[in-house]
Design a protein around this ligand. Structure first.
Ligand code: GLN
Length: 473
């Protein structure tokens, strides 16, 4: 049974035509989860996975009309609610928390007859870029046990790379879908902010968070996006923008922007030449490569590390030991309960962000930090809108290089934060961005190219990216 090489669409076709049963397919992926247990990518396999697959098979046998994802096994990042199932955000605080309802994105998968088979490891509350900040242990890179999987959606990326599911959902606040996808040779899409509902996604930084797919191909990403996108009355930040199918594109005559301020930083990468070579190949195929100036890019990392902890600390205020699961015992009053529960429940990285966020929001500092950072966010949005009047897409590296070694950055948080240098800007500007594999580094591990598109032009971005892939293979 050659499932590995199939696209999602082909897989669905074969399940619907009964060439494979949904149950067989689910069991195939479950066997891989078992085989690669040591990677620590999956925190829980849902016990009803096979039962749900059997249900799908019964529906097919009865001649019922099934959805776009009929029988397709999916793993969700452990910060998305799925009613009746645990959702821990890889935190001790939520270790026994059971979802009271289902997030919109997951519900949309279920509505198309997908089989949700488990939940993936991640950095605690999605804070991190290596998946080492999980309360349940780090998730290892798909191809090298000594390297990180990337983060925060590391478990989701490794699960797809090692065929533990047909695709996975991740969430991306500053790169958490794209960076682990890059580190594990997968395709990772962060849709336009407002494209996919955040209802039922445990909030990290609400003005930046977006759910998106991690897949083996751009085609698969397109299909999943079509399923999960859409206006949702439960999330007022979702946009009423139709997801317009893109006409096929031809590289000839397309304009690709290279942000000069990004290029300056990319020169520090060992693999700069690989990205320059991609530009040459695109030019040879008839595309124009043009330089774009966005000086505010230089403020993106610092602005992100003000906005993100500020919003995170507000969102985490609800974890107080009264609601949710971790409740400290032996306390002498309400304040002591809050303090002890939070001390016990949160890991070090989460505490660090809470400290940073409270500092940035405290009186006297609010104007200097948060307000200014929000100004940069707004300016970046405008600058990208202007840039896309001139170019069809912007290209840049996803990361500085291959997945780094486990433990190499945990003692130096700033060096870990600096890893987000290429991904953060798309979240601040709200534009869609996708990472696709574009070669291998010195250790033979994957590298990623990031393609950034215009607001709400997600499908055209994917169409363009597909054409780019043909040139860089
Ligand atoms: N690495 C970034 C951070 O730690 C991004 C995280 C994310 O996108 N969830 O904030």
């Amino acid at each position: 049974m050659d499932i590995k090489s199939l696209s999602i669409e082909e897989l669905v076709k074969k399940i619907k035509s009964k060439e494979f049963s949904a149950k067989e397919v689910t069991k195939y992926y479950l066997a891989n989860i078992e085989k690669y247990k040591g990677k620590n990518a999956v925190l829980e396999v849902f016990e009803d996975a096979v039962e749900i697959a059997e249900d799908i098979d019964r529906k097919i046998a009865s001649g019922a009309d099934l959805g776009l994802l009929a029988g397709v096994p999916v793993i969700i990042k452990d910060n998305m609610l799925y009613e009746g199932k645990k959702c821990t955000c890889a935190s001790k605080f939520l270790k026994d928390y059971v979802s009271q309802y289902t997030s919109t994105a997951v519900q949309k998968l279920i509505d198309q007859d997908a089989v949700i088979i488990g939940r993936a490891n991640m950095d605690e509350f999605a804070m991190g870029g290596s998946c080492e900040h999980s309360a349940f242990g780090a998730c290892k890179n798909a191809y090298d046990d000594t390297r990180v999987s990337g983060g925060s959606s590391g478990g989701s990326a490794v699960a797809v790379a090692l065929d533990m599911c047909a695709f996975a959902l991740g969430s991306d606040t500053g790169g958490s879908i794209r960076q682990p996808s890059s580190f594990n040779g997968m395709v990772g899409l962060k849709p336009t902010y407002g494209r996919v509902s955040r209802y039922g996604l445990v909030a990290f930084a609400s003005s930046l968070d977006q759910i998106g797919p991690i897949t083996k191909s751009v085609e698969d990403a397109k299909l999943v996006l079509k399923v999960i996108a859409g206006k949702d009355i439960n999330d007022q930040t979702t946009a009423d923008e139709p997801l317009v199918d893109s006409k096929p594109v031809n590289l000839k005559g397309l304009k690709f922007g290279v942000i000069s301020q990004v290029d300056k930083v990319a020169k520090n990468s060992k693999y700069y030449a690989i990205y320059k070579d991609i530009e040459k190949k695109l030019a040879l195929a008839g595309a124009d490569i043009v330089s774009v100036d966005i000086p505010e890019y230089e403020l993106s990392l610092s602005s992100y590390y003000v906005i993100q902890p500020a919003e995170a600390t507000s969102n985490l205020g609800r974890f107080d030991g009264v609601k949710y699961t971790t409740r400290a015992g032996d306390v002498s009053g309400i304040n002591d309960l809050y303090k002890k529960s939070r001390t016990e429940g949160f890991g070090d990285e989460v505490k660090r962000r809470i400290m940073l966020g409270n500092f940035a929001l405290s009186s006297g500092y609010y104007d200097a930090y948060y307000k200014n950072a929000k100004r940069v966010q707004k300016l970046l949005k405008t600058k990208f809108e202007e840039a896309f009047k001139k170019v069809d897409a912007i290209i840049m590296p996803t990361t500085y290089g291959e997945a780094f070694e486990i433990g190499s950055k945990t003692k130096d948080p700033v060096s870990m934060y600096a890893e987000d240098m290429f991904t953060i800007v798309a979240n601040l500007a709200g534009v869609p961005a996708v990472s696709v594999p574009c070669g291998k580094g010195e250790s033979g591990l994957p590298l990623g190219l990031q393609v950034v598109g215009k607001h709400f032009d997600d499908l055209r971005l994917l169409e363009i990216t597909k054409e780019i892939q043909k040139e860089i293979k």
